[in-house]
Design a protein around this ligand. Structure first.
Ligand SMILES: NC(=O)c1ccc[n+]([C@@H]2O[C@H](COP(=O)([O-])OP(=O)(O)OC[C@H]3O[C@@H](n4cnc5c(N)ncnc54)[C@H](OP(=O)(O)O)[C@@H]3O)[C@@H](O)[C@H]2O)c1
Length: 337
């Protein structure tokens, strides 16, 4: 069944990646509308060789649409997504607006596709760093049980959208950026996401809360430190996993290699391991540096890398959309609790 659909935030980094992923995966599109802010009026983008206008977002423009993929920030999603879903247009939302609402499934299809069946019109795509982490943790949790997880991220500045990339390029060219997403600078240095009064960034809190929700382990001991880098291509993370049962590394390698969407690339003798530039444009999560962690009774450490705009955002959203059009009954848009 071909679908009448829209991309909200089509001119953004994620929105433009959505256009590529929909084409590559031959998503059954009957009609595609592209929405962004009024700033982008007059622009055109290409889809399957067709030049499509970018329209300013207004709820009225959704008339007759059945599916919408949103990547225009949490404020817009919070204000309009439920209204649009109630009118019969499914919403797959990349922002953080709905990720903790009890009636909004938070889904990584390889991990918890079943959660989709409970949707009432909105499905949330998790945070980009969370997606790659749960892709690693889900099979480990099933096999050995998770006692504790520690994660330190090394995130591409592209995670801050076009503004982040523009700040990096401006600093490299020694000019003044139009917008500042990293107040202390990003070229040749590191930055944290904005910190709250208790010293945490929202990104760190998202990883902790979303991982617990997706894995259905609400009391999982997990902590995170998130760092932005002047890199492009993907997010990396060092992960320390403590398990209930001892982990045999050969079995871990085999288990991870068999997971759909995971690629083990771990050849220390050849100095071969995943890194952001290598994974750019790939849909899989790459795992390397698998080592026993002798500082705990049972556990291991590793390094995971994925393209934050693809599996971390657009690809995951399109996978959700594919499940919605093929196997999940249409939303009844019952009121949210
Ligand atoms: N970048 C990532 O790695 C990543 C990963 C996962 C999730 N996300 C989430 O995805 C969303 C978009 O991220 P991005 O990196 O693509 O950001 P971006 O490059 O800054 O793009 C933002 C998009 O939203 C549109 N937009 C902003 N305000 C709008 C409004 N009031 N009405 C309509 N459209 C509006 C922009 O339109 P204009 O061009 O007209 O301004 C643009 O198309 C964010 O919620 C982000 O947290 C991002």
């Amino acid at each position: 069944m071909a679908v009448r659909m829209a991309i909200v935030g089509a001119t953004g980094l994620v929105g433009q990646t959505l256009l590529h992923v929909l084409q590559e995966r031959r998503f059954p599109v009957r009609e595609l509308r592209l929405f962004a802010s009024a700033r982008s009026s007059g622009q055109y983008l290409y889809f399957e060789g067709e030049r499509l206008p970018v329209e300013p977002f207004t709820p009225e423009r959704f008339h007759g649409l059945e599916l919408s993929l949103w990547s225009a920030g949490a404020a817009l999603s919070r204000e309009y997504a439920w209204h649009i879903a109630q009118r019969g247009c499914l919403v797959v939302d990349n922002s953080s607006a709905w990720r903790h609402h009890p009636d909004v499934p938070l889904v990584v299809p390889e991990v918890n596709a079943d959660a989709l069946h409970a949707h009432r019109g909105i499905i949330a795509n998790p945070n980009c760093a969370t997606i790659q982490l749960v892709m690693l943790l889900a099979p480990v949790a099933r096999r050995w049980g998770l006692r504790r997880v520690v994660v330190a991220t090394y995130q591409s500045i592209s995670g801050a959208g076009w503004k982040g990339i523009r700040q990096l390029y401006a600093e490299l060219a020694q000019t003044s950026p139009e917008d500042i997403v990293a107040p202390g600078g990003i070229a040749y240095t590191t930055a944290f996401h904005r910190l709250d009064a208790e010293g945490w960034s929202e990104e760190e809190r998202k990883i902790i809360a979303e991982t617990r929700r997706i894995l259905e382990l609400p009391t999982l001991p997990i902590t995170a430190t998130c760092v932005r880098l002047p890199t492009l291509g993907g997010h990396a993370a060092a992960v320390w996993v403590e398990t209930y049962q001892p982990v045999a590394l050969p079995e871990l390698r085999t288990l991870l290699s068999r997971q759909p969407g995971l690629i083990v690339l771990d050849e220390p003798k050849a100095q071969l391991y995943p890194h952001p530039r290598m994974v750019a444009g790939r849909d899989e999560v790459f795992v390397g540096r698998l080592r026993p962690d002798d500082s705990v009774p049972a556990g291991f450490s590793c390094w995971i890398v994925a393209d934050n705009l693809r599996k971390g955002a657009a690809t995951n959203a399109v996978q959700i959309a594919e499940a919605l059009v093929t196997s999940v009954p249409r939303s009844t848009a019952e009121p949210l609790r």
